[in-house]
Design a protein around this ligand. Sequence first.
Ligand code: ADP
Length: 386
Amino acid sequence: MEQATPQAIQRVGVIGGGQLAWMMGPAAQKLGLDLLVQTPQSTDPAVAIAQSTILAPVADVAATVALAAQCDVITFENEFIDCEGLKALAQQGTVFRPDLDLLALVLDKRHQREFFERIGLPNPRYDWLEGDENEAELAAKAEAIGFPLVMKTRRLGYDGYGTAVIQAAAQLSATWAKFNRAPVLLEEFVPFQQELAIMVARSAQGDIAVYPTVETQQVDQICRRVFAPARIRDGVASRMEGIARTLAEELELVGIVGIECFLTQTDRVLVNEMAPRTHNSGHYTLNACATSQFEQQLRAVGDRPLGPTTLNCPQAVMVNLLGLDEPEASHHQKLETLKQRPGATLYWYNKAIRPGRKLGHITLRLDAGAEPRDAAAAIEAIWYGV
Ligand code: ADP
């Protein structure tokens, strides 16, 4: 009988204990890894699946020092960490995967854009403000990009929080004032025909695993539904794969990254942003791919061989279940109805219910002949009533 090779990595520390860490639970069990989580609240989803938890905010460096003492490697489900504060720990030998330089790059949208440009990936037109510019400088930068344009907070933006579309020069100053004249990114408004996303994992040995390109649709700038695979021309799919591979290699990634892109009216692909972790656009992989994004992240950071990324059904749809402005009981009644849908798997994160909050998602595996848009609409009619 073949002898199992001893694996050096056994205990994986995860910074952040939300639903992304929670969904790593079954994968960790399958791979025989222990998960230790740093997260602020005992009610955070991943506390339920963690071997142990350090209750502390994700940017609490002292807590990460304590986490590191118990782990072989540290990975992330939340990137809003204190990179500077953690550097000493990395120098003393703690292994962060992905490494802290990559996290630092992602933390500032300006640095992301500059990095994409440096490695030859296609950006929308963009510029940035540091916070000390006067009105004339603001106007000149905006004019060079053209209107409409998008103003985004450079740090700590997510799910569209910290993003504003500016239609005309007259709104510039007032909009920036709403951002408290913080450092922002300015970029052209892309009248996209589709938003696309792709996940890519890379191991420490340099192996790369790319998932299929999916279409994401946002409502009020929050991901509402994902269609896998995206209905795009072969040329677009291969450009997406090329972007994923280039990024994984240039970043010297060890882990997994989600990449969001715009497909323009003329079939150009422009990069929007990347996330150095599992991503909402990859939740469908739990039910529809040979290896889920959560297992893949653990494989990459845990030095296990990467798994295959192929779809194991013709197509799939994922719909996010956001909190409704309705009583809790009504959420639970609707969940019961959703569970009955054929081919459906429901994930409910057990978070406190608040309107607009990501509380769960549902994935549908579909036959080749099914119309994914109708399938998503049927789910949304039950949940959102529209
Ligand atoms: P966040 O980091 O908050 O998720 P994003 O930059 O991804 O912010 O923006 C959220 C959504 O806003 C995008 O998915 C897209 O629908 C829209 N958006 C962002 N930037 C642009 C842009 N330059 N042109 C058109 N729409 C945009």
